[in-house]
Ligand binder design. Structure first.
Ligand code: URA
Ligand code: SF4
Length: 215
């Protein structure tokens, strides 16, 4: 009989505790072996911020800095995100910030060289989904800001297209809860854009849609 493909059945599910708040989830996530990404990364980067936040921001996965420091959005993309949030009228310190995938995925051009971010595959997003579901169940945000395509696919399915829905207010059933979401681009996309100024303006105007809901 053919062996089961190794990527089948990857899931964080058995590692997620049934009870307990964010501290219990964070402790358990540190031990997650739900998919192979934990092997090369330094540590699990769990969500951070206000446990009673009205707004949850969901990114893709930790980057190099986040992997070293163990906190989400502490690198260049995070700096830009904090600045844009404050400018839009959302206090970054009162938000809850997390990622669709909790371990850094990377390649190295050569051994010992800089680690280059690699986009997570659908199977890793699916494997890590139970952590995001658990965070949503505990924080119960009024609004989810979806940062880019990976977060969108993780929350809303693989047909999600950020260009089609950015800056709009969506209402969807996610893990049995009615959620309100405002999708926008990923802050890294703003940093990479040829016309950074207009990319930033677009990002800011999407975040202002989110800010209005929270008024
Ligand atoms: N990009 C993300 O999507 N998340 C982080 O935490 C950092 C960079
Ligand atoms: Fe677990 Fe997610 Fe890390 Fe995979 S990426 S090991 S599912 S925490």
């Amino acid at each position: 009989m053919a062996a089961k493909a190794p990527e089948e059945g990857f899931t964080a599910e058995p590692f997620v505790p049934e009870r307990g708040g964010l501290p219990a989830l964070r402790r358990a996530a540190a031990e997650c072996r739900g998919c192979p990404l934990h092997r090369d990364a330094t540590q699990t980067v769990f969500g951070a911020g206000d446990a009673h936040a009205r707004v949850m921001l969901v990114g893709e996965q930790p980057g190099d800095q986040e992997d070293r420091q163990g906190k989400p959005f502490v690198g260049p993309a995070g700096k830009l995100l904090d600045r844009a949030l404050a400018e839009a009228g959302i206090d970054p310190d009162r938000a809850y910030v997390t990622n669709a995938v909790k371990h850094f995925k990377f390649t190295r051009a050569e051994p010992r060289k800089r680690r280059i971010h690699k986009a997570p595959a659908l199977r890793e997003m699916t494997a890590c989904g139970p952590w995001l579901a658990a965070e949503l169940a505990v924080v119960e945000p009024e609004l989810i800001v979806v940062l880019g395509a990976t977060a969108g696919k993780a929350l809303l399915g693989s047909s999600f297209r950020v260009t089609r829905v950015r800056g709009t207010v969506l209402e969807e059933e996610i893990h049995g809860r009615r959620e309100r979401l405002v999708p926008t681009v990923h802050p890294s996309a703003v940093l990479r854009a040829d016309d950074r100024e207009s990319a930033y303006d677009g990002f800011l105007s999407d975040l202002k849609v989110a800010a209005r809901i929270l008024e």
